[in-house]
Design a binder for this molecule. Structure first.
Ligand SMILES: [Zn+2]
Length: 407
């Protein structure tokens, strides 16, 4: 099976009848996802589609088991209207996140409810080991949730980016070694016989915050993802902005000090040499980033001076990034999240304030300019799992709220 085409062009291109039908299908499903059960007439009213078109789409989706319909009792005489609702078991998707230390996987149903999860410790796996681990995790998620492989609409793998960019993608301590020339999506797709896409962790983390975290009400956000390295994820009108080659938001290599610290990419003063888990450990004198964050937390809680100095330096870079990203994207808010322990992120956020002025420093704001993410350590895996559903069934709709999430 071929990997999914996730290019922005694929989503927006053309206006032929088939594309229009796909688009309308997505709009109908997303409307039900946001509003809950609705009659055909209500779907038509909300979406602006004609009643006839709505009915045709509904029949098609019911036949495909993606929608269910049930009569409701109105207490009135006559035939009650039938309500359309998303069939949770109509399709499932898998998100897998592979980083230096952890492989995290989640399985979602069509309504976005988590139906399985897995967490496996790894040690910067090389491609043969890593691909085998990804396959095993996907198979275990499917088996444990008691679903069939044919019901999985896609798998999305997230890894630290950028992809296919020399020398950034193949060098240095923050990329997974040996993966630069591996066609991850193709190789895993062959093993699983499912559509597979590859996404960078920060973009997936932005989707995770939008669907499960602090950005459910926001459709224009920038996420600063503090992992082993540093990444950025951008959502524009609720859609991930990926750039021409899937590397948009690679803020780890934005220059913050022209004469600053040397980065493995060949430049000087890149943001991730100051703000990242790797930078923190390097500052403390570690030659290699350890697999746990215990040492960082210990130094944080004991108020060690060396760590305190690092936090000041990292918070300064965070502040610079926030105002530059605000001026570039004019987002509703900027979110900081990632693998860095929550307590340390919270302190970095505190030290980054007050923020200098930017296009976002409006007097009447409803949300703070910088907020702490809430979707937890599995934020990127969760966001990844949303992507196959998102691209199969769509989010291309003027409806303004995010997907409701049952817990
Ligand atoms: Zn760099």
């Amino acid at each position: 099976m071929r990997p999914m085409d996730l290019t922005n062009a694929g989503v927006f291109s053309g206006a032929n009848l088939e594309n229009a039908r796909d688009h309308n299908r997505r709009v109908a499903i997303e409307t039900l996802r946001v509003h809950g059960p609705l009659s055909r007439a209500d779907v038509a009213r909300i979406t602006g589609l004609s009643v006839q078109t709505t009915s045709n789409i509904a029949e098609e989706l019911i036949r495909a088991s993606l929608l269910l319909e049930s009569p409701v009792s109105t207490g009135l005489r006559g035939k009650p209207p039938k309500l359309l609702t998303i069939n949770p078991d109509g399709a499932y998707s898998i998100g897998l996140q592979l980083d230096h230390n952890w492989l995290i996987g989640v399985l979602l149903d069509l309504t976005g409810v988590r139906r399985g999860e897995i967490m496996v410790q790894v040690d910067s796996p090389a491609p043969p080991t890593g691909l085998a681990a990804l396959e095993e995790a996907a198979r275990k998620l499917v088996a444990d949730a008691n679903v069939r492989f044919e019901q999985i609409c896609g798998v999305s793998v997230v890894m630290p980016g950028p992809f296919e960019v020399d020398p950034i993608a193949s060098n240095g301590p923050t990329v997974l070694p040996g993966w630069a020339d591996v066609a991850v999506a193709d190789r895993l797709s062959e093993r699983l016989n499912l559509p597979v896409s590859l996404e960078n962790d920060a973009t997936a983390a932005a989707m995770g915050e939008h669907y499960f975290g602090v950005a459910r009400q926001h459709r224009n956000i920038v996420v600063i993802f503090v992992g082993t390295g540093l990444g950025g994820g951008v959502l524009i009108n609720g859609q991930p902005y990926r750039g021409a080659f899937g590397n948009a938001g690679e803020i780890g290599h934005m220059t913050v000090y022209p004469d600053g610290r040397r980065c493995y990419c060949g430049n000087q003063g890149c943001a991730e040499t100051y703000l990242s888990v790797h930078a923190a450990y390097e500052h403390l004198g570690y030659a290699r980033t350890p697999p746990t964050y215990d040492e960082l937390l210990h130094r944080f809680h004991t108020g060690e001076r060396q760590f305190d100095l690092w936090m000041d330096e990292a918070a300064t870079v965070l502040r610079l990034l926030v105002i530059n990203l605000e001026n570039l994207f004019d987002p509703e808010t900027v979110i900081v999240n990632g693998f860095m322990p929550h307590a340390i992120l919270a302190e970095l956020e505190r030290r980054a304030l007050p923020l200098p002025s930017s296009v976002s420093s409006r007097r009447r704001r409803e949300v703070p300019r910088l907020i702490l993410g809430a979707a937890g350590q599995e934020v990127a895996a969760l966001g990844a799992a949303v992507l196959p559903l998102f691209y199969s069934f769509g989010h291309l709709t003027p409806v303004s709220a995010a997907m409701p999430v049952k817990t």
